[in-house]
Design a protein around this ligand. Structure first.
Ligand code: ZN
Ligand code: FE
Length: 240
């Protein structure tokens, strides 16, 4: 049993992700900001969509969800605790709950900080859709949560298998790299990743997905040692 990943660019710098569970053909899509590019990818692959997974209520993650669910008869999955701000959920999950995904499963993980209702999804054992909680070399803005909440959320993700593939919500890696280098200039792994990111973006290529192992070595927000250190970094990045 394997799970295949397809990146679907949306809006200016959003990524939605299509996942296919090989043994059943079950298909899930994460955070469709727009219905059309998602529908094109779904139709190319045979027109099946089982689940729409939503990480948080911002428009650039949910705007295509209802139309896709209606067109393909898919179920919308989200955080039951934030249901009033999400499209109508068919499956409302709480922290740690799982649903089947073909022969595999999907587990919801509360990751408040960017918004208080933000969640991530562990898909199988080693794929995590992390929305706007964790970006490559950065993290989301702290719109609603507290530093301790956000710090704890990042540490839940950091505790996953280091071989986990991270599906982030935005292509922000190049600007994140500049900030990361400014706070951790002697980190050789970060220098190497920043160089790779520059080459990829200059060639018009995406920098995602990325492995958790690589983020653990390079991402200053994952490497912050305390909620206070995280708060200082987040405030500095907001002004960078
Ligand atoms: Zn957001
Ligand atoms: Fe976003």
């Amino acid at each position: 049993m394997t799970i295949a990943i397809e990146r679907i660019p949306m809006l200016a710098d959003n990524y939605s992700w299509r996942l296919t569970e090989s043994s059943s053909g079950a298909i899930a899509i994460v955070d469709p900001a727009e219905a059309e590019p998602a529908a094109a990818a779904i139709d190319r692959a045979g027109g099946r969509l089982d689940l729409v997974l939503l990480t948080h209520h911002h428009d650039d993650h949910i705007a295509g969800a209802s139309a896709l669910a209606e067109t393909y008869g898919a179920k919308i999955v989200g955080n039951g605790a934030d249901a009033r701000r999400l499209p109508k959920l068919s499956i409302a999950l709480r922290d740690g709950e799982t649903i089947p995904f073909g022969a595999s499963q999907i587990r919801m993980i509360d990751t408040p900080g960017h918004t208080v209702g933000h969640v991530a999804y562990l898909i199988g054992d080693t794929i995590a859709a992390c929305g706007d909680t964790l970006f490559s070399l950065g993290c989301g803005r702290m719109f609603e949560g507290t530093p301790s909440q956000f710090f704890a959320s990042l540490h839940k993700l950091a505790a996953l298998d280091p071989a986990t593939t991270l599906l982030c919500g935005h292509e922000y890696t190049l600007s994140n790299a500049a900030f990361a280098l400014s706070v951790d200039p002697t980190n050789a792994a970060l220098q190497a990743r920043a160089g790779e990111v520059e080459r990829l973006r200059a060639a018009g290529q995406p920098t995602l997905p990325v492995l958790l192992r690589d983020e653990l070595a390079t991402n200053p927000f994952l490497r912050a040692e305390s909620p206070a250190a995280f708060a200082r970094l987040r405030a500095a990045k907001d002004k960078f």
